[in-house]
Design a protein around this ligand. Structure first.
Ligand code: AOF
Ligand code: ZN
Length: 370
């Protein structure tokens, strides 16, 4: 009999593995798998893996490959129920059975309609001991994007705003204004690496000319899909976004084509630069979110500006708010933020405050009533 704390310890390790490829496996979830055997001298990890970038191979395949014959009689810890379907590779449940694993510990079941408990059934039918629900809450959190997409057909939405001490997000008519310091900005780049897509409104795209990529050394290839809400197709072809579209994809969301020559010309110019233009009501975040879910986007980071943030908030599509507050005031010419520390919409619960140099980061989560 294995005690619960040992199971939790190795599931925590599997969750750490899962976290490594968060934001890099769309449309697949990033799953962690750790294989442990105990030959009498205490438990020992003999194989571990995370879902590969792009979603294949799955975590179990990777971990079993490392363990080799040592998997026979071992325990596999997996953050999500092993799959039972024939996708691009055979089911992970079959791979675990074939490897002779004796026990499988799972955090949560897979809501994918092709799996949904069948993976666990296959394992049990093969005589494997199956335990579920170990660190389930932690796994729900780690897989929040995937679960949101499967359950509600939309990505998990995080709104990130950086606000000055006097509640402003920028200065009218000025480009990028420094509100937070270097360590907060580094942290935001890390978040970009962990998210499938990032979104800004055209106002921010023009005023800031941002790149919206992850530039952390070693994580440069982890930039998310970049999305601009741009009803009139005003994104300049000379913008950093359009200019880098061939390296990191850019999606421009625009309204109904108005049939004008200039609209068509702008569209063609953007497309020639490698930007993808999609027609979807820019004032209806719900339609866009459903379209993104269909493309396999499980997590979306909304980075502003004020109007875009307000639209997502008004329509009830924000799941988490990350509010950075910088120490300086911007004054009279500032653009007011839709949120401040003491001005958070009803329904959001404050989770924590972190410090980044002189900046504060407050995290709020929307608490849905079950
Ligand atoms: C696992 N282990 O590491 C992952 C799983 O498109 P496919 O064929 O790769 O299948 C995608 C589905 O596989 C996805 O919706 C989810 O059910 C499962 N992901 N399963 O056993 C893994 N990433
Ligand atoms: Zn699988």
């Amino acid at each position: 009999m294995v005690d619960r704390s040992e199971d939790e310890r190795f599931m925590a390790e599997a969750l750490r593995f899962a976290h490594r490829n968060l934001g890099a496996t769309a449309s697949n979830p990033s799953v962690g798998c750790v294989i442990v055997r105990n030959d009498g001298a205490g438990p020992k990890i003999v194989g571990a893996a995370v879902t590969a970038p792009g979603g294949r191979p799955h975590a179990e395949t990777g971990a079993l490959a490392v363990a080799g014959t040592l998997a026979r009689g071992a325990t596999a810890y997996v953050t999500l129920e092993p799959c039972s379907h024939h996708g691009k590779t055979p089911p992970c449940a079959d791979a675990l059975i074939a490897a002779g694993v004796a026990r499988v510990v799972v955090a949560i079941t897979d809501p994918d309609e092709r799996v949904a408990g069948r993976g666990l059934e296959m394992l049990r039918a093969a005589g494997i001991e199956v335990v579920t629900g170990v660190l389930a809450q932690e796994a729900e959190r780690e897989l929040e994007g995937y679960l949101m997409r499967k359950r509600n057909n939309r990505p998990y939405v995080t709104l990130k705003l950086a606000v000055s001490a006097d509640g402003m997000i920028g200065i009218k008519g000025q480009g990028q204004v420094r509100i937070t310091g270097a360590s907060a900005r580094d942290y935001v780049q890390r978040l970009r690496a962990e998210t499938d897509a990032i979104l800004v409104g055209i106002g921010t795209a023009i005023a800031d000319d941002p790149e919206l990529t992850c530039r952390i050394p070693g994580l440069e290839n982890r930039s998310p899909l970049r999305i601009v809400i741009d009803g009139d197709l005003d994104l300049p072809v000379s913008s950093k976004l359009a200019q880098t579209a061939r390296t990191v994809p850019v999606l421009v969301v625009t309204g109904e084509e108005d049939g004008s020559v200039s609209f068509d010309e702008r569209r063609q110019a953007l497309e020639a630069a490698g930007v993808e233009v999609v027609v979807c009501d820019p004032a209806a975040p719900g339609d866009l979110l459903a379209a993104l879910a269909t493309r396999g986007v499980s997590s979306l980071l909304v980075e502003g500006g004020a109007r875009t943030a307000q639209r997502f908030l008004n329509d009830g599509f924000v799941d988490r708010i990350l509010l950075f507050t910088g120490p300086a005031a911007l004054g009279e010419e500032g653009v007011p933020s839709p949120l401040e520390r003491n001005l958070i919409p009803v329904g959001f619960v404050h989770r924590r405050t972190d410090t980044f140099g002189d900046d504060l980061l407050d995290t709020y989560e929307y608490e849905r009533t079950p």
